[in-house]
Design a protein around this ligand. Structure first.
Ligand code: B16
Ligand code: MG
Length: 218
């Protein structure tokens, strides 16, 4: 029988919400290139890597760029984004996230981060949560984007727990798929009508306790 021994958390949309900073930076880039970028478009980029996000935006704007130009554009966007997240404070932690991390560790569960963001470390430092993770796997440590399970499998390995004993907390459909592809349990954070493949869906980490992880055990 499996028991949950580790919780693996996506960062953006689960622990914090930096979508508005991504939005402002991508919009500024799109505007410089001569087209607009809406919040509706931004929704489609949640959980999507920086490179893939840029490709989609250029496609939406009907703009073609060389690989070298794309690299420069992604770097330009990232500099604006980093400037904004540099101002983040612990009060931007989403409700219940810090408390849930603390109670996981108090219950003897391992905690890991599994995020596509290459800026994860900076964000965790700014919101002062680095010390509540036993392992941090981010966009710098993986080569295959979600729904590939690589980021979560590396998290499980880093904390020494079998994938079947891990539960992933994710706000993106591709992230839920990644957890499932890695043979892990998945708790969706968001809308149950969107995150249909999750074992359970909650609106935020303030809506779950460690005791409630037990029914996920087969
Ligand atoms: P960066 P997550 C993702 O974080 C964001 O949801 C997504 O919007 C972003 O494009 C991606 O990280 C890459 O971020 O440009 O900072 O490397 O949800 O996987 O924690
Ligand atoms: Mg996310």
């Amino acid at each position: 029988m499996n028991t949950i021994k580790a919780c693996i958390f996506d960062l953006d949309g689960v622990i914090v919400d930096t979508a508005v900073y991504h939005y402002k930076a991508w919009k500024r880039l799109a505007n410089e290139l001569g087209f607009d970028f809406t919040e509706h478009d931004n929704e489609k980029l949640k959980g999507v890597s920086r490179t893939r996000s840029l490709e989609l935006i250029l496609q939406w704007g009907g703009v073609t760029k060389t690989e070298a130009e794309k690299e420069e554009l992604a770097a330009r966007k990232n500099n604006w984004y980093v400037e904004m997240i540099g101002q983040m404070k612990p009060d931007e932690i989403l409700p219940g996230a810090k408390e849930f991390l603390i109670s996981c560790r108090a219950a003897g569960l391992k905690t890991a981060l599994g995020s596509a963001s290459k800026n994860s470390m900076m964000i965790l430092e700014k919101i002062q949560l680095v010390n509540l993770f036993d392992a941090i796997i981010d966009g710098n440590k993986v080569s295959n984007p979600k729904p590939d399970p690589e980021v979560f499998l590396k998290g499980a390995e880093a904390v020494g727990v079998a994938p079947a004993d891990c539960v992933v907390f994710e706000d993106a459909i591709a992230g839920i798929e990644a957890a499932k592809n890695g043979d892990m349990k998945a708790i969706g954070v968001g809308d149950p009508q969107v995150l249909t493949e999750a074992d359970k869906v909650i609106s935020g980490l303030d809506k779950i306790t460690v005791e409630q992880l037990r029914p996920l055990t087969p």
